[in-house]
Design a protein around this ligand. Structure first.
Ligand SMILES: [Zn+2]
Length: 462
């Protein structure tokens, strides 16, 4: 009876897998969703339907290990963790190549990664999480847990780490996936090409070392691997799959030894920079911001012109990024300005900048601090006075921006200077009301007329 049920389940699963998009359950199991948070998705490799509880326990063990270690411990609240249930037909890994295992993983495979003890043919590339675009699994960091104890692990495309359940390789592989870190060990015969950035140097020229900000002047380069230099940042020979000609920053590092050890200071800096620099919004910002209005200059030859009103830069709040925001006008810092700046308060015309920085004690190298400078050009003299409409309570915040108090019907249109109707959309919900924006191509919009109000509802994102 059990066998018949098992076969039935297998047949159903095969039908599912044969569809163009196999969609799996991917519940959020830790953290909040959205904003500037970093999605991390677990997958099951070699766990059968009946081994679901075992998989869930293994995912928890992997998370416990991550959250125990610097720097993930400090940034745990920045991750949204999902647990995809991707059952295989076979338990564990086989040495036969077939399609019975999620991702088509095979034990003792040959080329290219025999040292890991297995090969992943990635037979299932057409999978997704239920209710989500396939981009969700393609672009976000993933950890595929393998239901077997094996010596090594692999990370593909600097994104998907395939890690045996003994977790010996988890921290090391996650360093590849989150920080794009390079291997610091010396085996491999130099066959692997490496990018000479972050944590491996191809030169001993002090000024060209990627982590030069960390090296004290008293440290010799190259640095002897002796007890005297056991705990300093230097330039130690042997890294990137060879013992000569490539250099690492400390004698010991998780990216060199694997296991349950710590990352060196330079690798930690890279990981923190990567975590803080995560924006995930596709808007081209270098630091995550919730809303910017009016949009800052994107192309220098097409400056964003401010003729009046307010400029608004809203960071993600609550427990997310520690981002600082400072304003600068004509090169001078403006103290006491928070998220909203009144253009009329600026002395004259010129370039206005909002400087965002996500800093951390783990970062010493200035170029590793995620930083973004948003720019606008203030040209008050060129502004045409807006013709004000008649709706009570609606305030004009800028050239194409309005604040509608809660409880007031939200207009869907404003009028440009030449009388053309321009659609408005909700940009943000604030404590004061709904922030509405219009097409910025129309720099000057008048307040909506009552006839432009098409809805009786109070706000709502459209
Ligand atoms: Zn390192």
């Amino acid at each position: 009876m059990n066998r018949i049920l098992g076969s039935l389940a297998s047949a159903l699963f095969l039908c599912l897998a044969a569809r163009s998009h196999a969609a799996f359950d991917c519940p959020l199991i830790e953290g909040k969703e959205g904003g500037d948070r970093i999605p991390l998705i677990f997958y099951a490799v070699g766990y059968t339907q009946s081994e679901r509880a075992s998989y869930e326990a293994d995912v928890q063990a992997a998370l416990d290990l991550l959250w125990m270690h610097v720097p993930y411990r400090q940034f745990r609240h920045r991750f949204s963790v999902y647990r995809a249930w991707t059952p295989s037909l076979r338990s564990g890994l086989s040495d036969q190549s077939d399609d019975s295992t999620f991702l088509r993983a095979v034990e003792r495979g040959g080329y290219p990664r025999t040292e890991a003890g297995f090969v992943v043919f990635r037979g299932d590339t057409n999978y997704a999480c239920k209710g989500r675009d396939q981009a969700f699994v393609i672009y976000n960091a993933g950890i595929a847990l393998v239901n077997a104890d094996l010596p090594g692990a692999v990370t593909y495309d600097r994104r998907l780490s395939v890690v045996p359940r003994n977790l010996h390789a988890l921290l090391h592989e996650f360093g590849h996936a989150i920080g794009f870190l390079v291997d610091e060990y010396e085996t491999g015969g130099g066959s692997g090409s490496i990018s000479p950035f972050n944590n491996v140097s191809l030169t001993i020229n002090r000024d060209s070392i990627p982590w030069k900000a960390w090296i004290d002047d008293s440290i010799p380069i190259p640095t002897p691997a002796t007890a005297k230099y056991a705990d300093v940042v230097g330039v130690f020979e042997g890294a990137g799959y060879v013992s000569t000609g490539r250099y690492r920053s400390e004698q010991q590092c998780q990216m060199r030894t694997g296991g349950f050890g710590v990352y060196c200071r330079v690798c930690t800096q890279v990981l923190v920079s990567s975590i803080l620099g995560w924006t995930g919004d596709g808007a081209g910002h270098q630091v995550a911001v919730d809303n910017v209005w009016p949009p800052a200059t994107w192309v220098a030859s097409q400056p964003s012109i401010l003729t009046g009103g307010n400029v608004f830069v809203h960071r993600f709040s609550q427990d997310s990024l520690p981002v600082s925001l400072r304003w600068r006008f004509l090169g001078n810092w403006l103290p006491d300005v928070r998220e909203t700046l009144d253009v009329a308060s600026l002395p004259g015309d010129g370039v206005l900048e909002a400087v965002l920085e996500a800093n951390s004690p783990f970062i010493r190298d200035p170029v590793k601090i995620p930083r973004d400078t948003l720019r606008w050009t203030v040209r008050k003299a060129a502004g045409t006075q807006a013709r004000f409409g008649r709706l009570d309570g609606i305030r004009r915040m800028g050239p194409a921006m309005f604040m509608v108090p809660h409880g007031v019907p939200v207009p869907q249109w404003a009028r440009s200077a030449n009388g053309k109707r321009v659609p408005l959309k909700v940009v943000a919900r604030t404590a004061d009301g709904w922030l509405l924006g219009g097409t910025y191509g129309f720099a000057v919009l008048s307040l909506p007329d009552p006839s432009d109000v098409k809805t009786e509802s109070d706000g709502g994102l459209r």
